[in-house]
Design a protein around this ligand. Structure first.
Ligand code: UDP
Length: 486
């Protein structure tokens, strides 16, 4: 279904409707991909464009279920600032309810063959002509669809500029990386400190069990130069040197941190849209009421994102370690990890009222809550940027991929936390929580966290470094779409 959205200021002019410039954004079906693209969509829409956010039919079912709405309702345009956002979906080539889509290999192959014709048809049937297509990682074929349709395209990189640079240099064989022959090689890249093997995204290590992910990630750098814009969910103040250095090879445009505006701005005409979500899990909104019952800076918030599953041993140490901190805790234990909790723990938590276990939290609102003292995180890039934006001290517990360099950045470059050594023990967990919440070092960490919060807010505020880049994109799309609009 396609809906014509008209520019309100022009509807009265001679009784003729004028279509808004229309950007289609295409997301890989993963939470860590959907969130930043939706947030970019909001920033772009707020400046006066219509954005249709697209993903797979299966994603549609999950978003609708999590938001207690219908897939049809998602196609309705919602006003955001001076523009609109709506959703539309296409087939991934896999039957509904077929669990095979959880096999990444299979999903990628199916998306690659079913995705291009389905997306091309979706774009062609739009009532408001499409001016540009933007995609995020893992769906590089979208750039080819745009080229076939004669449309300009953009890519949103959803990790740090540093990690972009590392993968870029690896894909184009521009630097020596650790290998079986030279397992301890130190990687030297412009704009980045020397990188030891343990500083790299783990998928690049020759010992990584996830070689499929390595090829999926590196493949995206193959046709990237076809994109007119390569955006990144970072900001100049955070990664100035890395952004500048890689831009000698591939210009990346920082537009982050991509976070929702704080609730008090939700109704502002400039941004708004905070209520539009693409959650794949139903968030426990009651956790906000629970937080409100706790004193400022008292609660330990724990989440390992949408994919990581800790081992039973780690869950056990985490559980008793959290209890022994003596602090209230809000712990996201997804349904697929629930059975790994130690026996009786959930009951004990409920009976003693010492914490709250939820299957999914409204994380951004949680991090903004004054009751939160620190965030024990797996350091996915979204969680990393959300923690910086909220000014919350972190206990970093990275598992794999870019989480490893992200943790290093949080601890060493940003100075906003400490790293919990793996595998976690209850004693180390207590030590780390204490380090970021009590004493002189915690004071320093809190001060640094506040500084980053301020820098992040500045970057995305009107006229800030990232906001200017988004405005330039909107202006360019509007200019290119002008003939179609008249
Ligand atoms: N998230 C959430 N509720 C949760 C856990 C995570 O809303 O209980 C969101 C979080 O705010 C972030 C995304 O899910 O935007 C996870 O992305 P990230 O890059 O941090 O990790 P991934 O899930 O990709 O490993």
């Amino acid at each position: 279904m396609a809906i014509a959205v008209t520019g309100t200021e022009d509807t009265s002019a001679g009784g003729r409707d004028t279509a808004m410039p229309h950007v289609v954004m295409v997301s890989f079906p993963g939470q860590g991909h959907l969130n930043p693209l939706l947030r970019l969509a909001k920033r772009v829409a707020a400046k006066g464009l219509l954005v249709t956010l697209c993903s797979t039919d299966d994603t549609a079912r999950r978003i609708a279920a999590a938001a207690s709405t219908s897939v049809g309702a998602l196609a309705e345009p919602t006003r955001v600032g001076r523009g609109f956002i709506r959703f539309e979906f296409f087939s991934d080539g896999i039957a509904p309810d077929d669990p095979v889509r959880s096999d990444l290999d299979f999903l990628m192959a199916s998306l690659r063959s079913a995705g291009p014709p389905a997306l091309a048809a979706l774009v062609r049937r739009q009532v408001v002509p499409v001016a540009c297509i933007v995609n995020n990682p893992f769906v590089p074929w979208v750039l080819d669809v745009a080229a076939d349709l004669g449309l300009p395209s953009g890519v949103l990189w959803v990790q740090s500029a540093a990690v972009f640079s590392i993968y870029y240099h690896c894909r184009h064989a521009l630097a020596a990386f650790p290998s079986e022959d030279d397992p301890d090689a130190i990687v030297q890249l412009p704009g980045l400190p020397p990188l030891r093997p343990e500083d790299l995204p783990t998928f690049l290590l020759w010992t990584s069990p996830y070689q499929i992910l390595k090829s999926v990630i590196l493949e995206q750098f193959g046709n990237l130069s076809n994109a007119s814009w390569v955006f990144a969910n970072t900001f100049d103040e955070l990664e100035h040197e890395a952004i500048e250095a890689i831009s000698h090879r591939q210009v990346i445009i920082p537009v982050g941190p991509l976070v929702d505006p704080p609730p008090e701005e939700g109704g502002s005409k400039e941004i708004g849209g905070g209520e539009i979500k693409a959650d794949l899990f139903k968030a426990a909104d009651e956790s906000i009421q629970w937080l409100a019952r706790h004193p400022p800076r008292s609660v330990v918030y724990v989440s390992v994102g949408s994919v990581v599953v800790l081992t039973e041993e780690e869950m056990e140490e985490m559980a008793w370690g959290l209890k022994q901190t003596g602090r209230p805790f809000l712990w996201v234990v997804r349904s697929d990890a629930r059975e790994r909790l130690p026996a009786g723990f959930a009951e004990e938590v409920a009976a003693e009222g010492i914490g709250m276990l939820v299957e999914w939290s409204p994380q951004e609102r949680v991090l903004e809550h004054e009751a939160v003292a620190c965030f024990l995180t797996h350091c996915g890039w979204n969680s990393t940027t959300e923690a910086l934006t909220a000014g919350v001290p972190v206990v970093a517990y990275p598992q794999w991929g870019d989480q490893v360099p992200d943790a290093k950045m949080l601890e060493e470059a940003c100075g906003v936390g400490v790293r919990l050594p793996a595998p976690a023990t209850r004693a180390e967990l207590q030590r780390c929580v204490k380090a970021v919440t009590e004493g002189e070092m915690a004071e320093t960490i809190r001060r640094r966290a506040s500084e980053w919060k301020e820098a992040a807010a500045k970057a995305v505020s009107e006229g800030g470094s990232s906001d200017r880049h988004i405005q330039a994109f909107v202006d360019e799309v509007t200019k290119r779409a002008a003939p179609a609009a008249n």
